[in-house]
Design a protein around this ligand. Structure first.
Ligand code: EPU
Length: 432
């Protein structure tokens, strides 16, 4: 069985460099379908979700050239199909961005329903469908394929999102970029990667304003032209290392970040007694003494990110007193709790709320990741625990973290990976 093995208890010292944002890459790669000419995308994280998305474009006829480890050049002029129904699309959630991009390019799209991390509940796309319909498209879903049709080109609309959805905001931004007239997305999500996608599209000739606020205005243009773009640093990767240092102890300089994107995480860590110093493009995190319990509720940006909830709850298991964590975005994002319980973690979950009673230290155990951020949380638990922790399900973790093992080892952690020779993960890694 492929797993991570951690001998916990070492504090972390040194520097770690943060890669480009997974969720920005997930939107920007499909956006290349709408561009006439070559897009050079820099600072792409080398993770399996990116590899899968690039592979999907290649299967559709795109020319994908790997310029270096974190840079690709994509030319989609050879793509002749608006159909993307490959099995591998069911591996990643962001495959639904192909709908918006294909609608922009061809006015039609047939796309396999998305996969990705499963938080134990249905992950609806009703807000995406509502937006496409408002823009004049006809949407049908049959046998796991979403088909979206227009007569020729989408038309502009004013769309009010009933829930703040990152995915729907991105998908409608993509679709509206080459639509006719001015589209307004109201109650839009404001995550940094939404701004990054808008910046990417604008740098290729789009006319998008207001990204980062809750009203985004997109004036449709006739074409996008090629160019070069560098993806922003990953807020969640940075946050994960910040929390790892807070939990395991030590002092680490987290480099190549945008401190503003990390403010809510920095704020929570300070409440827990951790020192966080923000510099221009780095953050220094230092554990000063015992961790103090706190309460948090996840919310859309600029609130505390749901993608940091499992990591933060993990270190709250070792904080003094009682902490209350409320999940405000997903219905069931506490599936790692049973694994932490095997390590001694005291978390009681009722609905979307967890009550945590801090204990001095977790103890190593054999545990299994159920999704990407749960996996990251279990790695942090292993780093903090006394003794050996073995984590299965690591393909989830490698969907979103480049070189986590090397980065943690360089900081002083004792962590190794045991691969089976025919692991599917190795196959994905070697695919592009
Ligand atoms: N929702 C609806 N209808 C929709 C769309 C969403 O009701 O049409 C609900 C969802 O059920 C959820 C809430 O709205 O309760 C927020 O969902 P959102 O659409 O914002 O999530 P997403 O776009 O599917 C992205 C990230 C997730 C991250 C969420 C929230 C990508 C590829 N995924 O998902 O990232 O948790 O935004 O910030 O960008 C991760 O990186 O580990 C991850 C899961």
């Amino acid at each position: 069985m492929t797993k991570y093995v951690i001998n916990g208890g070492n504090p972390l010292y040194g520097e770690v460099i943060i890669n480009g944002a997974k969720n920005a890459a997930a939107a920007i790669i499909p956006a290349a379908l709408m561009v006439d000419g070559t897009c050079r995308i820099e600072n792409l994280p080398q993770i399996s979700d990116v590899t899968t998305m690039l592979k999907i474009l290649k299967e559709m006829g795109a020319d994908v050239r790997i310029a270096n480890k974190n840079t690709v050049e994509i030319d989609c002029s050879g793509v002749r199909t608006s159909r993307a129904t490959f099995d591998m699309m069911r591996k990643i959630r962001a495959s639904y961005y192909l709908i918006g991009a294909l609608l922009g390019r061809f006015g039609n799209a047939d796309v396999a329903m998305p996969g990705g991390c499963n938080f134990g509940g249905v992950r609806p796309i009703d807000q995406h469908i509502k937006g496409f319909t408002a823009m004049g498209a006809k949407v049908t879903t049959r046998s796991g394929i979403v088909s979206v049709r227009t007569d020729s080109r989408l038309r502009s609309a004013t769309i009010f999102m009933d829930v703040v959805s990152v995915g729907a905001t991105i998908n409608l931004m993509l679709a509206a970029t080459l639509a006719e007239g001015m589209t307004y997305i109201e109650n839009a999500a404001r995550e940094p990667h939404i701004v990054d996608l808008a910046n990417f599209l604008n740098s290729m000739g789009a006319d998008i304003r207001g990204a980062g606020t809750n009203v985004i205005k997109i004036r449709g243009v006739n074409r996008l032209t090629g160019g070069s773009y560098s993806i922003i640093p990953d807020q969640i990767e940075a946050g994960t290392y910040m929390v790892a240092v807070a939990g395991a102890g030590g002092r680490v300089v987290i480099k190549d970040v945008i401190p503003k994107h990390l403010e809510c995480i920095s704020g929570k860590l300070r409440e827990m007694g951790v020192s966080v110093v923000e510099l221009d493009d780095s953050i220094i995190v230092q554990r000063m003494g015992p961790l103090l319990g706190t309460h948090l509720k996840t919310m859309p940006y600029p609130g505390f990110p749901t993608d940091m909830q499992p990591q933060m709850s993990t270190i709250l298991c070792m904080a003094e007193g009682m902490s209350i964590v409320t999940e405000g975005v997903w219905d069931n994002r506490f599936r790692y709790v049973d694994e932490l319980a095997k390590m001694g973690g005291q978390m009681r979950v009722t609905g979307r709320t967890a009550i945590i009673e801090g204990i001095p230290q977790l103890t190593g155990a054999q545990i299994k990741a159920s999704d990407l951020r749960a996996g990251a949380a279990l790695v942090i638990a292993g780093l903090c625990a006394r003794g050996i922790t073995e984590i299965e399900g690591i393909s989830y973790i490698e969907r979103g973290y480049e070189n986590m093992i090397d980065k943690l080892t360089a900081l002083g952690a004792e962590i190794s990976v045991v691969y089976e020779p025919d692991s599917p993960l190795m196959t994905v890694r070697n695919a592009v």
